[in-house]
Design a protein around this ligand. Sequence first.
Ligand code: ZN
Length: 582
Amino acid sequence: MDVTRLPRIFLALVLLVLLLSPSVVQAAAPFPRGPGFYYDLVKLGVLILSFICWVRLCAWVDTDAAELKLERVFWNGILLAGGVGGFLVIWIVGIFWVTIIVAWAAVCGPAYWYVTVRNRQAPEDDRILTPEHLTLIFTRWTTRAPSEPEDAKIEGVPVRFMSRSATGEAEESERVERLRESKGYQAALRLVWDAIQRRATDIHLEPTAKDMPVRFRIDGVMTTIEPLTRTMGDAIVNIFKVLCNLDITEKRKPQDGSFSAQVEDRLVEFRVATAGAVAGEKLVMRILDATAQLADLSQVGMTEDMQNQLCDLINHPHGLILVCGPTGSGKSTTLYACLHEIDRFSQNVITVENPVEYRLDGVTQIEVNPKQGKTFASELRSILRQDPDVILIGEIRDKETAEIACQAAQTGHLVFSTLHANDSVTAIARMIDLGTPPFMLSSALIAVLSQRLVRKLCRKCRKRVKPSEETLKKLKVDRDAVRHIYRAFDPEEDRPKHSDEEDGEELQVCEACGGTGYVKRTGIFDLLVITDKIRELIRENPNIPELRKAAAEGGQQTLFEDGARLVIDGETSIQELLRVCK
Ligand SMILES: [Zn+2]
């Protein structure tokens, strides 16, 4: 029997008893009859309210237990017993205000027991009745302030667009005020809110002849969502262009700009780029959540050993530390995490970035602007005159910047930078390809960190599988050590085959991950510390196979080897690791 039906059956029984009992009471004669109201309406109300609460609680426990794969029948049974017992006590004993409390206790006790058990099983952000959870509820209640923006009230979307003033400060200008009435404004708000709720970092609007497909980049992977109609899509592109103060009559030449939005209680920045494509004007928008918490080294996903190794390197008085990987592999996050380890108040820390993505206290941040002739190289030369101790260079992509970085590292500065390279050994080759003299690089470089971001499996819907022989071989473990690993939920494969549930329930997507099977990302790393031997190789004979050999002898792990621990721990899937390391 379906356990979820039990409370409903009980409800029917209670109603039956309530309907029948007046005649029973009448039969049990010597009772003073009056005109109506044989029940105390207040007590009856409280009883019915309690009953509804109990049914809702049972329903919640049932779905929650199913989601967390807990003993559904056991917990349903206990709650049912508590409820039935409680109501029986009220029925039989009859001192209403005392027994109702007893009944509540009979239900709340098991419920509290269930909560403690389910919290152990649930992911951290899904635990309930914890101090964090209670504060969240409290702030949600108290911050429903009347100052909520007008348009948010209308549409239930807590997003308010703000334009840029001449000084670069975000403000709500007349331009936005006028825009509010135009076609597509509400749709634009909804699009932005939807993207933020799905944790998207980019929004792509790429028109075709008939409609406007919309794609979000979520956890580094492009995801197609509901398309817009072509007219609505064009209207939304126009709204964003006006917000960025771009020329709306120009639909072919590439343009770029930025605007801000107040999203709930934080300020989010949007960088917009438009360009003419065959079918019309396309738009790409990057979402920069400036209030997003900056990670420190313990949060980027490194093993403790590697953190310690890196901390030692960061405390060098001088030298060049490179972080490499493709675009969007989390290089800047790691660099900021490194700066986090440095005492920014006793040392002069200067960054040169394009663009400045996060504001850091105690750090001078300079933004390069090639259009105005402010390049990495020119800005670096000027900051070297400002007596810095630590310099962070957003990216090395030309000979001049590479040379200045090396010179600065040799003359008593600690220099951090990123480089577009596949792994730490090819990063060395890339620096030399850019034109850096090998002798200069060999004396400046102290370490190269290479990294990727892998998506973490959704804990609510990941599936346990037996690893194949091939997988075990790849992970370099034997069967006894790793009995099972996990893979992402696959809507095709995991659809229940002989389900007696209704069709609607089969198609339900996991709420925790939106059906993607993954939630958030973590880093995998390979750290190459430049030893004397490697230093000599760089100076004398910088070729990749020799360097790789020397690195492996020094105990360096590849990205895949570092990522294997996440597969073994069930944090990610082997498919995801292979995708990222290919
Ligand atoms: Zn999921």
